[in-house]
Design a protein around this ligand. Sequence first.
Ligand SMILES: NC(=O)c1ccc[n+]([C@@H]2O[C@H](COP(=O)([O-])OP(=O)(O)OC[C@H]3O[C@@H](n4cnc5c(N)ncnc54)[C@H](O)[C@@H]3O)[C@@H](O)[C@H]2O)c1
Length: 260
Amino acid sequence: MTSPTGRFQDKTVIATGVASGLGRATVKLFAAEGASLVLVDRDGDRLDVVARELDAMGAKTVPVVGDVSQAATADGAVRAAEGHFGRVDVLFNNAGIDPLEARSLVDTTEEVWDRTMGVNVKSAFLFARAVIPPMRRTGGGSIVSTASSAGIKASPKEAVYGISKAALIALTRSLARDFSSQGIRANCICPGFLECVMTDRRQEMTEDALVKRSARAGDLVPMGREGQYDEVAHSVLFLAGPESSYTSGAALVIDGGWIA
Ligand SMILES: NC(=O)c1ccc[n+]([C@@H]2O[C@H](COP(=O)([O-])OP(=O)(O)OC[C@H]3O[C@@H](n4cnc5c(N)ncnc54)[C@H](O)[C@@H]3O)[C@@H](O)[C@H]2O)c1
C-alpha cells in the first residue's frame, strides 16, 4: 500500500456511515492524508470512538450524529464543514443498510422498501444537494458514493438492496452529467463481498450463517476471498482526489473479479 503524501491537506471531507466497516477504514486514510473531516453516523457512541482515533492521528474532525435519510442531517453536516473548515471539497456517501427481512420483492414490506431507499438513495440525493452550492463557490469538488456489485448483478433475495444500489449508480451518472462542467466530479464504487457482513444484517445472522457466507465468497470470487476494507478505501481516495481528475460518472467494480 502507498505511503501518505498529504494529498488531502487543506481539504474538507464530509463522510457518512463512518462508525464502522468501510467508512471507518476510509476516514482513517483521509486523515492520514491530511484531510479535515465531518464524520456522520446515526451511532453516536461508535462515532465518538472513531473521532477519537482520528484525533489521535492529529486530524481535525467534527462529529455529526444523525439519520442520513433526513435533510436536516445533510444540511447540518454542510453547516459544520463550512463553520469549522470554511469549505467542502469531498463528499463520501457511504452509509447504507441491507435489511435481512427484505428478500424477494413479494416478501418486501413498504416499510422496509421506504427505509432502504431512504438510507441508501435519498441520503445521497440530500447530501449531494447540500454540498454542491459550497463546492461551486470554491471552484469544484468530488462526490464518491458507495454502491455495490448488487446494483449491477442481482443478488438472490436482496431485491430492494440491489435496486437501491442501482439507483445510486444512476444518481452518480446524473450528477456527473449535470455538474462535471462546473468542476464537480461524481463517481461510485461497487464492492462485492467485503470482510464483514453489514452491521444491520450481521445482527440477525447466526455464527453458522456468517461462516457459510465467507465460504460462499471463497467459492464464487475468482480471487478466492472477500475484500478487505482497506483495499476498497484506497479506491475511494483515488476517486476523491486529483489522480482521477478526468474520471466522472464511473462505477468502479471492486470485487476480486466476481461479476466479470
Ligand atoms: N459489507 C459488504 O460486504 C458490502 C458490499 C458491498 C457494498 N457495501 C456497502 O458499503 C457501505 C458500508 O458498508 P459496511 O460493510 O461498512 O457496513 P457497516 O454496517 O459496518 O457500516 C455502515 C455504517 O452506516 C451507518 N448507518 C446506517 N444507517 C444509517 C443512517 N440511517 N444514518 C446514519 N448512519 C447510518 C451505520 O451506523 C454504520 O456505521 C454500505 O453502503 C454498503 O451497502 C458493503
